[in-house]
Design a binder for this molecule. Structure first.
Ligand SMILES: C[S@@+](CC[C@H](N)C(=O)[O-])C[C@H]1O[C@@H](n2cnc3c(N)ncnc32)[C@H](O)[C@@H]1O
Length: 281
């Protein structure tokens, strides 16, 4: 069969430059020994270099035409081509439960969702590399005080060290995208424990950034609902973009304490109310 005609709705911008494809494939070298899962191999420009690494390589591709192309041109991949939507794929059994490297020249329209999924599977993914829209790469790597610092930056940096590796220009793709691209690497921290309640941490990050202009005191009060027992600590007068990941962890611990105090107060009030009612009876 001939080359695959790029489909816009699948975010297909095929890489033409082999030396850039090789550079992207080489980003997995910092994560030695692990099997590799490539998202969106298209016509295999990156896959061919990943296969040279002497590791187990699986690919997941949604486009049936690209899958047919790969089956015809990459017989050595037989059995390792998964025709599916990466966002729906169950990853637990993929390499018999072994951890793996996630990589790809990702479909830009779903890159944030891909990284949220990586976070859900962080125990299995110690390393994630690849190419995305430059603006998203900058957002992931951003620090406090920057305009692009947000939910994705904090949640990823809480568990991964982020490296912005290099920028890629539009003309090396067919068709050229409207935006520049960038290659990044995310390497999971040695300790997987955050030092706070993970679910509450995620809730606080999302709640505060969804009301970015509000002070933490105001946005967090929606989590505590009525009877906000937050202290007068000036940290609560800050806005979310001013806090580092570590400060968000400390904040989570304070909010958890406040929630426990509130539960104790509510419970105490409840007992007092019940006591008062029974005395009347
Ligand atoms: C930017 S292209 C990259 C193609 C190829 N790796 C290259 O560098 O030329 C993104 C690829 O992801 C595939 N894709 C889009 N959505 C997908 C999804 N949800 N799951 C798996 N693959 C997807 C597209 O069909 C396309 O082949």
């Amino acid at each position: 069969m001939g080359l695959v005609k790029p489909k816009k709705f699948l975010g297909q911008h095929f890489l033409k430059d082999l030396s850039i494809a090789k550079d992207i494939a080489d980003t997995v070298d910092e994560c030695p020994g692990l099997p590799i899962l490539e998202v969106g191999p298209g016509m295999g420009v990156l896959t061919q270099f990943l296969m040279e690494k002497g590791r187990e390589v699986k690919v997941v591709e949604l486009d049936f035409e690209s899958v047919a192309y790969l089956r015809e041109n990459f017989p050595a991949l037989e059995g390792n081509i998964i025709e599916d939507d990466f966002l729906k794929l169950k990853l637990e059994k993929l390499f018999d439960g072994r951890p793996f490297v996630l990589t790809g020249n990702y479909p830009y329209n779903i890159s944030s969702q891909i990284f949220f999924k990586m976070l859900d599977y962080k125990d299995l993914i110690p390393c994630c590399t690849g190419m995305i829209q430059k603006e998203v790469a900058e957002r992931i790597a951003a620090g406090p005080g920057s305009k692009t610092y947000g939910i994705l930056s904090i949640l990823i940096q809480a568990w991964y060290k982020v490296e912005y590796l290099f920028t890629v220009h539009e003309h090396v793709f067919n068709p050229p995208p409207k935006v520049k691209s960038a290659v990044i690497r995310m390497t999971r921290n040695e300790t997987k424990e955050l030092g706070c309640n993970e679910r509450l941490f995620k809730l606080i990050v999302k709640t505060t950034f969804n009301q970015r202009r509000k002070t933490l005191r105001n946005s967090i009060s929606s989590i505590l609902e009525k009877g906000n027992p937050l202290s007068n600590d000036p940290v609560f007068n800050k806005r979310p973009e001013q806090l580092s990941v570590q400060e968000f962890i400390e904040l989570t611990n304070r909010v958890e304490t406040a929630l426990k105090d509130k539960a104790d107060i509510d419970c105490g009030n409840d007992i007092a109310r019940k006591g008062a009612t029974s005395q009347k009876e």
